[in-house]
Design a protein around this ligand. Structure first.
Ligand SMILES: Cc1ncc(COP(=O)(O)O)c(C=O)c1O
Length: 428
């Protein structure tokens, strides 16, 4: 979507629509129930689990942004996932990527194994045989998350949707990491888009919410029916907050992306970064596809710290700006250790298969001054370098990236720094 179209839709969402008093900002309808005009005569609204004007205003704006037919606002991203899975029965197969968000992975694997809600096939979409594996699975639904959390792997949505069409499978795309401003999966052929609105769409880390947007009104109506039946629709207050946050989505993302590209350039030069994950880098394996299917590279990036896992507390403790926290997409910069935080619900083997290493760090870049963010990370790297230089030798035995046990080399010459940074040769 063009920035100007998205900017207008988001800024004007719900504005100047109040017919009662002419309020410019739409009112918040906290009522749980609605008066019937007369006996046996239903009004437009009856009960807020089923429908609520504030929630409907948000749903309408998100539907327009993703260019769908129906949007169903839910109480969390996970309840949006759960809602989409209602389209499956015990004989249906769901294909998921091996490296999706840990909470989604937990939901899929537990519903399949403990409730036999559907059959599950886990695929690595980064391997060349993904299409053969999907054909063999004959799925009813394919779940995509692109860019993926936390490694920012890119999946070719168009290619998967083409194959899915041949197999009569539905494709659901978790678009949380980009928002509709940077990627519109329905236009790439997907059937349903899912968001954790907790993240960029709200953007201020003060609510938890989710949404499903369906391309086909029939599927949308079925999802709406299930949302009411299960009671997973989102609260009115959170919808109001999300609508308020949504209005600045475009300028927020512009600033966050600018800051991210400055941070990525800084991280590329860091000797204590052994591998950097950002689809905006020309050598990222998914760069070309990201460029084709996204209108921006987003404001998330991850990196492996070149050092032992024991260095992580040193790094995190020395940061003043980056807050160590689970979520992402807010205007404040957050940092997280996926292995013990967002992806802790994946066991060690699943984390290893997904490529989540022990020193992987994920950044959600906010709108602070980029020079301050860079200085903050630099302080963290300096603290780790000092710690490596002064700590007892056994602290260095697990040094993962350097292969260099000379502690003094961490702050050494450019040549030594290059040796400490295998990302420069091995990954890119
Ligand atoms: C990609 C992705 N999908 C889904 C979710 C779940 O959303 P929520 O926390 O709003 O339930 C998250 C949460 O971090 C996420 O990162």
């Amino acid at each position: 979507m063009s920035d100007s179209a998205a900017a207008t839709i988001t800024a004007r969402a719900g504005i100047a629509q109040d017919t009662a008093f002419g309020a410019v900002t739409p009112p918040l309808y906290l009522t749980s129930t609605y008066e019937l005009p007369a006996f046996k005569q239903p009004g437009q609204y009856d009960y807020s689990r089923s429908n609520n004007p504030t929630r409907d205003t948000l749903a309408e704006a998100l539907c327009q942004l993703e260019q769908g037919a129906r949007a169903i606002v839910t109480g969390s991203g996970m309840s949006a996932c759960l809602l989409a899975l209602q389209l499956l029965g015990p004989d249906d197969t769901l294909v998921i990527p091996h490296d999706c968000y840990g909470g989604s992975y937990r939901l899929f694997t537990n519903l399949a194994a403990r409730k036999q809600a559907f059959k599950l096939v886990i695929i690595n979409f980064q391997q060349s045989d993904w299409a053969e594996k999907i054909k063999a699975a004959t799925p009813a639904m394919i779940w995509l998350e692109t860019p993926s959390n936390p490694l920012l792997q890119i999946t070719d949505v168009k290619a998967v949707c083409q194959l899915a069409k041949e197999l009569s499978a539905k494709v659901v795309v978790d678009n949380t990491f980009l928002s509709p401003v940077l990627q519109q999966p329905l236009l790439l052929g997907a059937d349903i888009v899912m968001h954790s609105t907790t993240k960029y769409i709200n953007g201020h880390s003060d609510i938890v919410g989710g949404v499903l947007i369906a391309k086909d009104p029939v599927i949308g109506d079925e999802l709406k029916w299930w949302a009411n039946c299960l009671g997973v629709t989102g609260p009115a207050f959170d919808s109001y907050m999300t609508l308020r946050g949504l209005r600045t989505l475009v300028p927020r993302l512009q600033l966050q992306q600018q800051n991210t590209s400055e941070l990525v350039s800084f991280l590329q030069r860091q000797p204590l970064v052994s591998k950097l994950y950002y689809p905006g880098l020309a050598d990222h394996p998914g760069h070309a596809i990201a460029k084709a299917q996204q209108t921006g590279f987003g404001a998330m990036c991850s990196f492996d710290l070149a050092g032992p896992a024991d260095a992580l507390p040193v790094f995190f403790a020395s940061l003043q700006l980056f807050t160590l926290a689970q979520s992402l997409g807010g205007i404040e910069s957050l940092i997280c250790h996926p292995g013990t935080m967002t992806h802790a619900s994946m066991d060690a083997a699943a984390q290893q298969t997904a490529g989540i290493g022990p020193t992987l760090i994920r950044l959600s870049v906010g709108i602070e001054a980029p020079a301050d963010l860079i200085a903050d990370l630099q302080a963290g790297f300096n603290a780790v370098a000092d710690w490596l230089n002064t700590s007892p030798p056994n602290n260095n035995t697990e040094r993962v990236a350097s292969g260099n046990t000379d502690k003094g080399s961490v702050k050494g010459s450019a040549d030594q720094q290059f040796r400490l940074n295998p990302a420069l040769s091995a990954f890119w």
